[in-house]
Design a protein around this ligand. Structure first.
Ligand SMILES: [Zn+2]
Length: 271
């Protein structure tokens, strides 16, 4: 008989472990994540310059650790001025080589949080995001999507292209109706530190009622600190606290939440 595991195997579906803020102690951060039960981490890129080192470093780190490190390649809407159309062409070419640790396209998406953003800026964001969605269709990969104040525009693009392998709507905080539309398109919702704040009643409610097969966990480390850790650098090991919070909200055990959300990631990324 297989020994029954009493340890939650957690998957942090969104962690910027490659950011310089981890340069001093990346090894310890990974060791402490592993000690918290994290068995896999997905690192999404935010700009072109990150891609080469992500590909080589994740392969190196993965070899030395029991932790499974996988990556996504994309261009984050926050760094719009640094992206060019050539980067999308480069991404297309890179994906043709099928680098082994690349499991998704992202981080991409739309961010209209800043209300002073011009119509032209929005158009450029939409063009860039659409380019990522087209590549997801061409290369049969899931997407990791960042969306703030832009769900209806994101949904419009997704409905047009219907990327077959779906993806993750990272740090979801939209409405129940929007959540349902993403699910209908085969997407999963990423929940992170946001649900640990009691004031986030709408998102906590959604995290509690959405079907378990539509949810993945994330930290977005070093960003999005959990309640009680404001002002601190976030880290992947804290995905355990997100899992505990979700378990409490849903009235399920930590093991159940860890198992289902990790399984959802493995299925999505085909691991
Ligand atoms: Zn991110």
């Amino acid at each position: 008989m297989e020994p029954v595991s009493t340890y939650p195997a957690l998957f942090d579906s969104h962690c910027h472990l490659n950011f310089p803020v981890f340069d001093q102690d990346r090894e310890q951060v990974l060791a402490s994540a592993a000690a918290s039960g994290v068995t896999a981490i997905c690192i999404p890129a935010t700009k072109f310059s990150e891609w080469p080192s992500l590909i080589t470093e994740s392969a190196k780190l993965a070899k030395e650790r029991p932790l499974n490190l996988v990556i996504a390649l994309g261009l984050h809407p926050w760094f719009l001025s640094e992206h060019t159309h050539d980067h999308l062409i480069a991404l297309d070419q890179l994906l043709q080589q099928q680098p082994p640790s690349v499991v998704a396209i992202g981080e991409t998406g739309l961010d209209f949080f800043d209300r002073t953003i011009s119509a032209q800026q929005k158009t450029i964001q939409i063009e860039l995001f659409t380019g990522h969605v087209e590549l997801a269709c061409r290369h049969q990969l899931p997407l990791i999507i960042h969306s703030r104040k832009s769900h209806d525009d994101v949904l419009k693009v997704l409905r047009t292209f219907k990327p077959e392998r779906g993806g993750i709507i990272h740090a979801f905080s939209g409405s129940e109706q929007q959540a349902q539309q993403y699910l209908n398109l085969g997407f999963k919702l990423g929940f992170g530190g946001g649900i640990t704040y009691p004031r986030a009643t709408k998102t906590r409610h959604l995290a509690a009622i959405m079907p378990m097969d539509s949810i993945v966990l994330e930290t977005d480390a070093p960003d999005m600190p959990l309640n009680g850790f404001q002002g601190e650098r976030n880290k992947p090991g804290r995905v355990k606290l997100v899992a505990e919070c979700l378990a409490e909200l849903r009235g399920e055990s930590l093991m159940e939440v860890a198992e289902s959300t990790s399984q959802n990631c493995r299925e999505l990324f085909r691991l």
